[in-house]
Write a protein that binds this ligand. Structure first.
Ligand code: FES
Length: 379
C-alpha cells in the first residue's frame, strides 16, 4: 500500500536489534521502563541462543546492536556475546548503569571489540543518585565513567529527568562537562512500566520543564564545540505524537530475556501474543508473526488517524501509550490533540501539576514504588 509516496506496508528490515539480556539489576530506579512483572522473565536465553539470534538478525540486515537490560553487566557471558557480535559485523553498544563494571571488564570489552558504552546517572550528587538508584552507586559510576574515557570510548552519558532531579539541571550538565562527555542525553522519563506507577511523584511541572529547556539552551551554546546535549520532554506535554519505533515492525527488533520478540521494548503490556525466538526464526517472526504485522500499514487505524494526512509521518503515535491511556491500542495516541482522549490526558497532567505545586517540599509525599522483586510481586 502506498500513501503519499510512503511505502508503509513494506516490512522493512530489523536494522536495530536491542538485546535485553536480563531483567536482573542491582539498581531499583522507580522510573524504569522494564515490565512491572520482572519475576516472569527468569528463564533467560543461553549464550548459544543469543548467538543464533544475533546471527539470524545480522542475516536479515541488522547492523546496530544494543546490549541492555536490566543491567547487562549481570550476564557473565557479556564479553563472549560482544566478541561474537563483532565477529558478525555489528556495531555494538553497551547500555549500562556502570554497576558491575571494573577496569578489567572494560579492558575485556575493548579486546572483544565493543564500540560504544553509555553510562546512566540518576542525579549529579551522591545522595540523590543513591536514593533514586536504591543503592550506593554514585562514586563507582563516576570512576567507571572516567575509565570509559581512559579506554578511548566516546563518553556518552544518559540522565533520565523527572521531578526529583530536574531542578539540578545546571549541576547535571556541569557534572557531564567534568566527565568530559561527548554526548549527553537529558531524556525525560516517559510513562511506561514503573514510571507510570510513580507518575504523580515524577512528572515535572510545565515551569520546571521550561526552565530546564532554557538552561540546556544556555549550555548548548557554551559547550557547542565540546559536548552535544540532547533534551527530550515528556510526551505528555506534546500535542503531536512521536513516530514511535519509526513505525511498528519497520526498523526495531527487541528480544527480551526469555526470548520473546517485540517490535518495541514496552510492547509486553499489550494484549497480543508475541513470538518467541525459541519457536521462531528471526526471519519468520519478523515477516509472518501476528505480533509484528498487527500495526503495519494503515488498515488497522481508526479515526481520526485513518483520514489524517499526518499518519504517514507519525503512524498514529505510540501503540503502547494508546493502549495504556485508552484501553485500545488501535486508537490514536492521546498525546495527539486530535485524539478524543487528549483532553483527559491534559486534565491529568494539570492535576499532577497542581499536586506538585501544593506539595510542601519539607514533607514527604506519597513514597516512590522502587523497582524490585518484592514490589513486583505485590503489584
Ligand atoms: Fe511501544 Fe511506543 S513504546 S509502540
Amino acid at each position: 500500500m502506498t500513501t503519499a509516496g510512503f511505502e508503509q506496508s513494506s516490512k522493512g528490515k530489523p536494522l536495530w536489534l536491542l538485546a535485553e539480556l536480563t531483567y536482573k539489576c542491582p539498581l531499583q530506579c522507580p522510573y524504569c521502563s522494564n515490565p512491572v512483572e520482572i519475576a516472569k522473565y527468569q528463564d533467560e536465553l543461553t549464550t548459544e541462543e543469543w548467538f543464533r539470534v544475533m546471527r539470524e538478525a545480522r542475516e536479515m540486515g541488522a547492523t546496530q546492536l544494543g546490549f541492555s537490560g536490566g543491567e547487562p553487566l549481570v550476564r557473565k557471558d557479556l564479553e563472549e556475546l560482544i566478541a561474537e557480535a563483532r565477529r558478525l559485523g555489528f556495531y555494538t553498544n553497551l547500555i549500562t548503569s556502570g554497576v558491575g563494571m571494573d577496569e578489567d571488564r572494560i579492558k575485556a570489552f575493548k579486546e572483544a571489540g565493543l564500540d560504544h558504552i553509555q553510562i546512566s546517572f540518576q542525579a549529579s550528587n551522591e545522595e540523590l543518585n543513591n536514593y533514586l538508584a536504591g543503592t550506593k552507586s554514585f562514586n563507582h559510576k563516576y570512576e567507571m565513567a572516567r575509565l570509559v574515557k581512559k579506554y578511548e570510548y566516546p563518553m556518552v552519558l544518559n540522565i533520565v529527568l523527572h521531578r526529583k532531579n530536574i531542578e539540578q539541571i545546571d549541576d547535571i550538565i556541569n557534572m557531564c562537562n567534568d566527565l568530559d562527555a561527548d554526548y549527553v542525553e537529558l531524556a525525560s522519563t516517559q510513562y511506561y512500566g514503573w514510571s507510570r506507577i510513580n507518575i504523580d511523584q515524577l512528572l515535572p511541572t510545565k515551569e520546571q520543564l521550561d526552565n530546564a529547556w532554557q538552561v540546556t539552551q544556555k549550555y548548548k551554546e557554551k559547550y557547542k564545540d565540546k559536548m552535544k546535549l540532547i533534551y527530550v520532554i515528556p510526551d505528555y506535554y506534546e500535542t503531536r505524537p512521536k513516530p514511535c519505533m519509526n513505525g511498528w515492525g519497520s526498523v526495531f527488533l527487541t528480544i527480551v530475556p526469555d526470548g520473546t520478540a517485540l517490535p518495541c521494548h514496552a510492547a509486553h503490556q499489550l494484549p497480543i501474543e508475541f513470538p518467541n525466538v525459541r519457536d521462531w526464526t528471526i526471519e519468520g517472526l519478523w515477516n509472518d508473526s501476528e505480533g509484528f504485522n498487527v500495526f503495519r500499514g494503515f488498515d488497522w487505524m481508526k479515526e481520526p488517524c485513518r483520514s489524517c494526512p499526518e499518519k504517514t509521518k507519525d503512524f498514529g503515535g505510540c501503540r503502547c501509550q494508546a493502549y495504556m491511556l485508552t484501553g485500545d491500542a488501535r486508537n490514536a495516541d492521546p498525546v495527539c490533540d486530535k485524539s478524543p482522549y487528549h483532553a483527559e490526558l491534559h486534565a491529568d497532567v494539570e492535576r499532577i501539576n497542581k499536586l506538585a505545586k501544593e506539595q510542601d517540599p519539607n514533607k514527604d509525599e506519597k513514597p516512590l514504588m522502587f523497582r524490585n522483586m518484592r514490589n513486583s510481586k505485590d503489584i
